[in-house]
Design a binder for this molecule. Structure first.
Ligand code: BGP
Length: 472
């Protein structure tokens, strides 16, 4: 790295990679798994299914991680991973979400996976809810708009905290919880189309998730005081588009919409600005007795995904850019990925500092990476590979900025790159939007052998880990 001879990354820094069950496992109906919302989502859309829409069949097989995990974990170990982030598919454990008893075959699968990781000393980092909800919860309960789902989630989390006690220590509650406002079906299992939901419906659903998250945090600590629980949000630094104070005030308000998720998780109460925001927009939500008390069970750390920054303009005519669910106006100073996500390594340093200053809690970057088209080529040694210098450059620059943030004083626990092995994209349901160090031979039309190949970035990241962040 250009940072010269010393590395600011602390001893024990958790280098690794991240995936989610529905994007890698496949085996969508094996060993008693129930259907989840993901099994019905129309291809490439974040919306609920409609009459005649085609479900995204690519995820039903995905990269077949369900069966091939030993080979994949061995590859992660070869890179030197200290941690691996994945999620538990709720519908493997409770196929309908409201079953009285868990599905033993589903529980046994994650036992095998965690045992495999333990063989190599890789610490699991487990998301409890990553963009999939048992389908029955969406259909019969209306997803997270229904208060009863808080209790169903409790049954699920108690089961997995108890079962995996001693095997899993790091837990995340809801993946990118602030996405519910933008993608209510994918994120909150809410089957009503977004345009038919009122803001009160959405904020009520969020309230239920926040209570469920705080309750999960309390229960995790009760079951094993060694457990460390984090919230997980989309971190997206928002810059005013111009120095016009109108843009600056609009940026402040947009930031409220994001900050309140971490404020509740880290401070244990709704912030004052939210009351004003609710009053201005006629939003009202119901809090049940005991909710405020429950929310005081705050998280041990804050985790987030970071892909891009955005800009905010008070001028409504400005076009919205492409991006990771939350979007604003294109920044004229930044390059972008092939999918139009703007690349801003310094934004990572900024957001790390902002979160650290605001909460003083340890931070964890649990997603970051470049989705790109890769070409499989045959190397001089006859072995197939991908010459992904563009991915190396992206990750290098972001790691460098994490180092700068650590030097600024931020306490950072670890870094898991998104899609460390190629997987199905969440937003576009493509295989061709690849993030991995490991290439998986599968195409958008479902063809391919599912063979795995090490990309150039595989060997580069191995060196990053070996040197604890010191590599060019
Ligand atoms: C985040 C999700 C992931 C993931 C990633 C990349 O929003 O938590 O599930 O997929 O973004 O996004 P995409 O797959 O749409 O490129």
């Amino acid at each position: 790295m250009t940072r010269s001879s010393r590395t600011p990354f602390p001893e024990g820094f958790l280098w690794g990679g991240a995936v989610a069950a529905n994007q890698v496992e496949g085996a969508f109906d094996e060993d008693g798994k129930g259907l989840s919302t993901q099994d019905t989502m129309p291809k490439g859309l974040l919306t609920p299914p409609t009459e005649g829409s085609t479900p995204d069949n690519l995820k039903r097989v995905a990269i077949d991680f369900y069966h091939r995990y030993p080979e994949d974990v061995a590859l992660f170990a070869e890179m030197g991973f200290k941690t691996f982030r994945t999620s538990i598919a709720w519908s493997r454990i409770f196929p309908n979400g409201d079953d009285a008893e868990p599905n033993e075959a589903g529980l046994a699968y994650y036992d095998r996976l965690f045992d495999e990781l333990a063989k190599y000393g890789i610490e699991p980092l487990v998301t409890l809810s990553h963009y999939e909800t048992p389908l029955n919860i969406a259909r019969s309960y209306g997803g997270w708009t229904n208060r009863k789902v808080v209790d169903l989630f409790e049954r699920y989390v108690r089961t997995v905290f108890t079962r995996y006690k001693g095997k899993v220590k790091y837990w995340l509650t809801f993946n990118e919880i602030n996405s519910v406002l933008h993608a209510p079906y994918m994120s909150g299992g809410i089957p009503t189309p977004r345009e038919e939901l009122s803001e009160s419906d959405l904020y009520q659903a969020i309230h239920h998730e926040l209570v469920a998250s705080a309750r999960a945090t309390r229960i995790a600590h009760e079951i094993d005081p060694e457990n460390k629980v984090g919230c997980m949000v989309i971190a997206i630094p928002m810059y005013p588009y111009t120095t016009n104070p109108d843009d600056v005030v609009k940026t402040m308000k947009e930031n409220w919409q994001n900050n309140y998720f971490t404020d509740v998780h880290a401070r244990g109460a709704y912030p004052a600005y939210l009351n004003k925001y609710f009053a201005e927009r006629g939003i009202s939500i119901t809090l049940e007795p005991g909710d405020e008390e429950e929310l005081t069970n705050t998280v041990d750390f804050i985790s987030f995904s970071y892909y891009m920054s955005t800009t905010i303009s008070a001028d409504d005519d400005k076009q919205s850019e492409a991006g990771n669910i939350i979007t604003g106006v294109k920044n004229p100073y930044l390059p972008e990925s092939e999918w139009g996500w703007q690349i801003d390594p310094q934004g990572l340093r900024i957001v790390l500092n902002q979160l650290w200053e605001r909460y003083g809690l340890p931070l964890f970057v649990v997603e970051n990476g470049l989705g790109a088209n890769d070409e499989l080529v045959t190397g001089d040694d006859g072995v197939k590979t991908v010459r992904d210098d563009y991915r190396i450059a992206y990750l290098h620059d972001h790691i460098e900025q994490m180092g700068a943030a650590i030097e600024d004083g931020v306490r950072l626990l670890g870094y898991t790159t998104w899609g460390c092995i190629d997987c199905v994209s969440a937003s576009t349901a493509q295989m061709s939007k690849r993030y991995g160090f490991i290439y998986v031979d599968r195409n958008d039309d479902g063809s391919g052998t599912l063979e795995r190949y090490r990309k150039d970035s595989f060997f580069w990241y191995k060196k990053v880990i070996e040197t604890n962040g010191l590599v060019d």
